[in-house]
Design a binder for this molecule. Structure first.
Ligand SMILES: [Zn+2]
Length: 1033
């Protein structure tokens, strides 16, 4: 919710996705920057009239304020007890580069370098530069060292992103050697990139003959970023967010599209890009971050000796962002969007939002309090906006832009709705005004405020394995504005100051509402409606742009374009000289990471998994219910059931009371459906529903009490509320198809392989969206409520469940006691354990036609499951094929943003492409994998196999949050022993194993496979592929 205004792009969407899904610690913002370090604490206290009892410990600090280390002066040292970390702020004396080091006992070390990059047009300059910087540097003159390093490292995260006003290059790894390797690559990349013209053509944009070997073919625009941005704006939520940013802050850099507007990108020249690099990638305009258990002095020495000693300090104020001048009257803007054929009916494909500019992001306490206030206004059924905007049920719920954002120099509050009628725009505006006036006059229920604050406090204790990464991302914007990022980490103190203010002044929040919501003319109302001609208009504009370009070309220039096309092609096909890049060795990765042991016990006849682990005074609880005896129709409704069950109240509490209780005592009660194939033989599969919750140890009895109440007394009798929840559910599952199209395409292809695959797609793929829409149209609400109630009665059965508890050693016995009492009272029926057999289908192909300018292609086929001896070889092969074949061909040569191959534990081997200008050409590349493997056999050498293994280890050894340790064993029943066996199976794959695997699984067309495309209609599809296609419109 917090960073919707930000448009982050990533060079590796999967890693970024995984990372952001794990973010739990929310950004909470922060006091005016105080330059006088010494006066800081004193000012803080007098200013706020709060006295904290404070014992001054004689801490041992590694660096001392005022001292100089390798050219860096240590300016400030702080201990932050909230997170058990010590923060060191250093500044390079020669260049003024700021370095922020967080010393914390965490093995997942982080490094990043960022620059303040403020675009002055929408050509995507900073974004294309971000791509180009990673295309080779002085010391590492390798084509695309970044992608090459993905396989020579065990990084837990590696990326580069362009925000609206900064560009950041972060990575994390648990291995010290790896850390230094990557650090060298990153630093050389940003400070000494080659920025070659050919790379500009490949990554940015270029004119090229459609067929490079034929000078007479049509000239077209190509380029990785060009296609990436076409794909990014295929998602309407993205278009809305981008326009919100451009229009609420229209006076400076934020009015431009930092990622690049596809119609503006072709105005960028290579010279502009080189000049921009010289100016903005200067050390004086950079910030370096390091985190974890590591020797900082090595970093300081590398920076000083290799990159900073020959540079001077320059005045970097040219990149500062001035505060936005406040408007004297509110503004309205209307935009059009693509008609989404998977979305709501056309008369409801509209969005509206009201955005209000708040405070300066560097005013951290104020920004923090506005963030809390926003949560109080928006989150859950007790909030006023939910009551007044959502419950009247005239929309598909909040849109993706809703929330408080502190990622721009001036922060903003946004509340918006999706899937509503144009006639209801006025209603929304009236309700918005009514709501803020009422909140200003009446204030808030104290229990509701408490539940928001409790959740914030709990999230501070909740440990994420990517704490350092999250801390970095939550601090990047503030740091970029020279805000006090260190004080911003003192969240407990900020909460105390807020509580103090609230207790001194009953109308504290009401006054803020008056100031920021009622008397605020810097208010933007943005509306968006689907336009049937949107895609056509874009194509027309693109066509005209191209025409204009082509018209100005004389013979000589046309000849040059043809030649460049051939040169680039040869350049892309040349063998990369990766030898100059560092690489880990087998000894660095031979041992699996040590994990705490898990125990299996029977408690009250319920199989229970117990894990003693340091959880920071939180107990994590999961239940898994076997649901194999549900009927087919009931099963298809389980995703909906999971999404609404805890939002309807119980016998004892209405839904508002229940929500307050849950969020005052726990981190929430969540449900999720799992379909798990048998990992030994893939002949059968099971279905289960997992409930998870966590709570501070002192609240554990309440957590079990609330779960018990829900399992016993869940309710489906408020059919109006169920109706509203279902409509919001359908709107939400329809968002994101265009931005995660590769996942939907793979699900669509898997659906053609077996009945289990088909079921998965019906439970979470495009087919699920269709099923839900039809189901709701054809079934009346009372009937739906009956069905959901009957599902609940069948699911919550003690005899069908397993439990898992992760807790600290000291609290564990109490946790188990409470768990035992909880089990005693659970409903108990006959045990059911039906096994569903997997049936495979004959090969087939299908396309989901989407009104978007890019494609997502996938092919899936069945091989062998996780426990089979060939699975490790297939997994290594998938990595090998991704990096050596698919990325060079489908991404570099054919211009897709991403491509790859993977195998899942059920034995489905899939190929995919991401934001792809082609479809049949890519499917053809998938088909020719065997041919390529045969002809490039010499590429299968020990080094490339080792690299592929490292790629697999990145996934296997990825750090796990304390609350999630053992979850694989719990869900998939893969024991730690079997996991270690599998891991050593990966390490021992040989060249011969790979060659055997290739012959065994790739030579003949598989017996069971499916192909799927998500993308625009293509009349030539059957002709170009010589196959029959099922077209789904
Ligand atoms: Zn990009």
């Amino acid at each position: 919710m917090l960073s919707r205004l930000k448009l982050l792009r990533s060079a590796n969407p999967q890693i970024l996705r995984a990372q952001f899904l794990t973010s739990t610690f929310k950004s909470v913002s922060t006091l005016d920057k105080m330059t006088e370090t010494k006066a800081k604490e004193a000012k803080l206290f007098s200013h706020n009239k709060v006295t904290f009892p404070r014992v001054i410990h004689q801490r041992e600090y590694k660096y001392t304020e005022g001292k100089v280390y390798h050219g860096f002066r240590c300016e400030r040292v702080d201990h932050i007890s909230d997170f058990e970390l010590t923060s060191y702020t250093l500044r390079h004396e020669g260049t003024g580069m700021e370095l922020w080091h967080i010393d914390r006992s965490d093995a997942n070390k982080v490094f990043s370098i960022s620059f303040r990059t403020t675009p002055f047009d929408s050509t995507g300059l900073p974004h294309i530069l971000e791509h180009l910087v990673l295309c080779g540097s002085k010391r590492y003159p390798v084509r695309d060292p970044f992608f090459k390093m993905l396989n020579r490292s065990v990084a837990t995260f590696m990326n580069a992103m362009t925000g609206p006003d900064y560009t950041i290059y972060p990575f994390s790894t648990m291995n010290e050697i790896d850390y230094r390797n990557l650090q060298h690559i990153y630093l050389d990349a940003v400070f000494r990139p080659n920025l070659k013209y050919l790379d500009f053509l490949q990554e940015g944009w270029r004119l090229e003959n459609k067929d490079i070997h034929d000078r007479d073919t049509q000239i077209v625009i190509k380029g990785v970023v060009y296609n990436e941005m076409k794909g990014a704006f295929a998602e309407n939520a993205q278009v809305f967010g981008q326009n919100l940013l451009n229009n609420i802050l229209p006076d400076h850099t934020y009015k431009h599209v930092s990622g690049g507007n596809p119609l503006e990108i072709p105005k960028l020249t290579h010279t502009d890009l080189v000049d921009f690099h010289r100016k903005y990638y200067h050390p004086s305009n950079s910030r370096v971050f390091s985190y974890g258990l590591l020797d900082l002095s090595k970093t300081l020495a590398i920076l000083d000796k290799d990159y900073l000693s020959d540079q001077r300090c320059i005045d970097s104020s040219y990149s500062l962002i001035p505060p936005q001048e406040r408007w004297i009257q509110p503004r309205n803007v209307h935009i059009s969007s693509r008609l989404d054929n998977m979305g709501a009916t056309i008369n409801r494909q509209n969005q509206i939002a009201i955005a209000l500019l708040m405070c300066d992001a560097t005013n951290i306490q104020e920004s923090f309090e506005l963030h809390v206030l926003s949560e109080i206004l928006i989150r859950g059924p007790n909030s006023v906006f939910y009551k007044n905007l959502i419950e009247p049920n005239f929309s598909g719920g909040y849109n993706q832009s809703t929330g408080y954002s502190s990622d721009t120099k001036d922060t903003a509050f946004v509340v918006g709705l999706q899937d509503l009628r144009v006639e209801d725009f006025t209603k929304f505006i009236e309700l918005f005004d009514k709501t803020i006036f009422k909140a200003m006059n009446d204030g808030f229920e104290s229990q509701h405020v408490e539940s928001v604050l409790h959740n914030l406090e709990l999230s501070l204790k909740h440990q994420s394995p990517f704490f350092g990464n999250t801390l970095l991302f939550n601090s990047t914007a503030l740091w970029n504005y020279e805000g006090d990022v260190v004080s911003n980490l003192r969240v407990t103190e900020m909460i105390s100051r807020l509580r103090e203010s609230l207790s001194h002044k009953k109308t504290y929040f009401q006054d803020k509402i008056k100031q920021y919501f009622v008397n605020n003319n810097h208010r933007l109302t943005l509306t968006m409606s689907a336009d049937e001609l949107y895609e056509e208009n874009f194509k027309q504009a693109e066509f005209e742009l191209l025409n204009q370009k082509v018209k100005s070309l004389d013979k000589k220039k046309l000849k040059k374009i043809h030649e460049n096309g051939l040169i680039l092609d040869a350049f892309q096909k040349a063998k990369p000289n990766t030898e100059v890049l560092p690489c880990l060795s087998i000894n660095d990765v031979s041992k699996p990471p040590k994990l705490p042991k898990i125990l299996i016990q029977s408690i009250q006849n319920v199989q229970t998994q117990i894990c003693k682990v340091s959880t920071n005074d939180i107990t994590y609880f999961k239940c898994l219910f076997n649901i194999t005896d549900l009927s087919q129709e009931e099963t298809l409704l389980v995703p909906l059931f999971c999404s609404v069950i805890s939002a309807l109240g119980t016998g004892k509490y209405n839904y508002r009371e229940f929500d307050t209780l849950v969020f005052s005592k726990t981190g929430g009660i969540d449900f999720k459906l799992n379909l798990i194939e048998n990992v030994e033989d893939a002949k059968s599969y099971g279905l289960s529903v997992m409930m998870s919750s966590h709570a501070l140890d002192k609240n554990v009895p309440d957590m079990f009490g609330l779960c018990q109440e829900l399992f016993h007394n869940f309710k489906f009798d408020d059919s109006e509320r169920v109706k509203m929840l279902i409509e919001n559910y359908i709107s939400n599952i329809s968002v994101g198809v265009a931005s995660s199209g590769h996942l939907y395409a793979m699900l669509g292809a898997t659906a053609l392989v077996s009945n289990a695959g088909k079921l998965k797609s019906l439970l979470s793929g495009v087919d699920h969206i269709e099923f839900m829409k039809n189901f709701v149209q054809q079934t009346n609400m009372l009937e739906i409520c009956d069905k959901l109630r009957s599902i609940g009665t069948k699911i919550f059965n003690k005899n069908n469940m397993r439990g898992a508890i992760n807790s600290t050693e000291s609290y564990l016995p109490s946790a188990i006691n409470h768990y035992r009492n909880f089990l005693q009272a659970l409903p108990e029926f006959k045990k059911t354990n039906k096994i569903s057999m997997i049936n495979f289908y004959s090969p087939s192909c299908q396309q989901y036609v989407m009104n978007i300018p890019v494609n997502y292609c996938a092919k899936a086929f069945f091989t062998v499951p996780y426990m089979h001896q060939d699975h490790p070889s297939l997994r290594v092969l998938a990595k090998f094929v991704s990096t050596k074949y698919l990325l060079p061909l489908v991404r570099e040569q054919n211009g897709a943003y991403g491509a790859g191959a993977k195998i899942s534990s059920d034995g489905i081997f899939s190929f995919y492409s991401y934001r792809d200008p082609h479809s049949t050409k890519t499917l053809d590349a998938f088909e020719k994998t065997y041919e390529w493997l045969r002809s490039e056999r010499q590429m299968i050498d020990p080094q490339s196999i080792f690299e592929a293994k490292l790629g697999v280890l990145q996934q296997l050894d990825s750090p796990i949050a304390p609350g999630n340790i053992g979850v694989d064993n719990f869900i998939y029943e893969v024991s730690q022993e079997n996991f270690e066996k599998y891991r050593s199976g990966i390490l021992s794959v040989t060249i011969d194993d790979l060659l055997d695997t290739i012959e065994k699984y790739f030579r003949k067309p598989p017996n069971h496979y499916g192909k799927c495309i998500l993308g625009p209609a293509n009349k030539q599809l059957e002709l170009e592929t010589s196959q029959k296609w099922k077209i789904i419109n």
